[in-house]
Design a protein around this ligand. Structure first.
Ligand SMILES: [Zn+2]
Length: 96
C-alpha cells in the first residue's frame, strides 16, 4: 500500500469532511472515487510494516491512496512518526 497523509491535501480533506455526503474524485489517480470509511491501514517504512487501526478517511476505490483530515490527520501523522522512530532505533543505518 502506498501512502498516504499528504499535508497539501489537508485543506481538501477538510472540505471532504465537511461535505461527507458528496462524492469526490481521487486527486492522485483521477480515476477512482473517494469513499468515506473507517479501516485498518498498513504503513511501511524501511521494510518494516505496521498497522494503524480504525483510521477514518476518504479511501480511493481505484488506487491505494486515502485522505485524512483534521484531528485524524494529526493522529495518523503522530503514529507514523512514532513508528519511524522505533524503526530507526532498530536499524539506524538506512539501507540503500
Ligand atoms: Zn486514486
Amino acid at each position: 500500500m502506498s501512502c498516504i497523509v499528504r499535508r497539501s491535501y489537508r485543506s481538501l480533506a477538510k472540505i471532504a469532511v465537511e461535505r461527507r455526503s458528496e462524492t469526490m474524485k481521487c486527486p492522485v489517480c483521477g480515476a477512482g472515487q473517494l469513499v468515506w470509511d473507517t479501516r485498518d491501514v498498513r504503513y511501511g517504512y524501511l521494510g518494516k510494516e505496521t498497522m494503524f487501526p480504525h483510521v477514518t478517511a476518504a479511501f480511493c476505490t481505484k488506487c491505494d491512496e486515502y485522505l485524512v483530515g483534521g484531528e485524524e490527520a494529526d493522529r495518523v501523522q503522530k503514529a507514523m512518526r512514532a513508528f519511524k522512530n522505533s524503526v530507526r532505533k532498530i536499524s539506524p543505518a538506512v539501507p540503500k
